[in-house]
Design a protein around this ligand. Structure first.
Ligand SMILES: [Ca+2]
Ligand SMILES: [Ca+2]
Length: 260
């Protein structure tokens, strides 16, 4: 009888420990992610809001105006710029605590969040080894002696495993000194020799169609301890570029939100 009760008590204690263990390892993360909410300003391309685990485009003028004079953490050209109040007119203007305008040159990223966002710095260099680029071109029946208008790459540890991943940005759009039959724009990541496509666009070229992709921001936007990244793709003589936020899940990149 006593032995039976003892077993019962031990079982309950084990269940309680298991419950606490599960909460500590999964519950806190779940709660943090569920509670994470943020508003992102992607230059003058997009304003995105994240709350209750879903992304939303903010385009309503009244909602946009409600952001005026709110304080945001700002980055310019991927470098921390400061804590400033924002004001939307033809672009986002920044003001210090004395409401003095603070000018900036370049690409603005700004966020307001109920957590400290982990923003990952990156640098851009020219592609020197075209092995993976040629592989992508060949997969699309494009010649590997193509001319380019964009051959950039960035390397950073996107998945936090201690080894950098390489991100390639290649395109031949808006060419002025050559005229390809087809234009192309590709953005892909290479990890352990495998190509993971983010953006691919190939079509007949008329000289002004297509868009020129660029890495805008790499950050843990939703506070789930994994990085996402934002690409912007500039169109010819169109003021608002395409902006896309990518997350990596199930071994592929997926667009979580776009301004189009
Ligand atoms: Ca890595
Ligand atoms: Ca994340």
């Amino acid at each position: 009888m006593k032995k039976g009760r003892m077993k019962y008590i031990v079982l309950i204690i084990v269940l309680i420990i298991y419950g606490v263990f599960m909460y500590l390892f999964f519950g806190i993360d779940e709660t943090r992610e569920r509670e994470a909410s943020t508003t992102l300003l992607i230059g003058n391309s997009a304003v995105w809001n994240y709350s209750s685990r879903s992304w939303m485009n903010i385009t309503n003028n009244q909602t946009l105006s409600s952001l005026n004079w709110q304080k945001f953490t700002t980055y310019v050209n991927n470098e921390y710029f400061g804590e400033y109040s924002v004001w939307l007119d033809d672009k986002w203007y920044l003001f210090d605590d004395n409401r003095q305008a603070v000018s900036y040159q370049g690409d603005l990223f700004a966020y307001k969040a109920d957590f400290d966002m982990d923003v990952l710095p990156f640098t851009v260099s020219k592609i020197e080894d075209f092995t993976y680029v040629n592989q992508v071109l060949n997969n699309h029946q494009l010649s590997s002696d193509s001319s380019y208008t964009l051959t950039n790459m960035s390397s950073f540890d996107f998945d936090k495993d201690g080894v950098n991943e390489d991100f390639y940005f290649v395109s031949n759009v808006f060419a002025t000194d050559f005229f390809p039959d087809k234009y192309f724009s590709f953005v892909f990541m290479v990890k352990s020799g495998k190509i993971y496509m983010l953006y691919e666009d190939v079509d007949q070229n008329d000289g002004t169609n297509g868009c020129r992709p660029q890495l805008h921001t790499v950050a843990d936007f939703d506070n789930d301890k994994e990085y996402e990244l934002v690409l912007v793709c500039s169109k010819y003589s169109v003021q608002t570029p395409v902006a896309m936020l990518y997350e990596f899940s199930d071994d592929q990149f997926k667009i979580a939100i776009s301004n189009q």
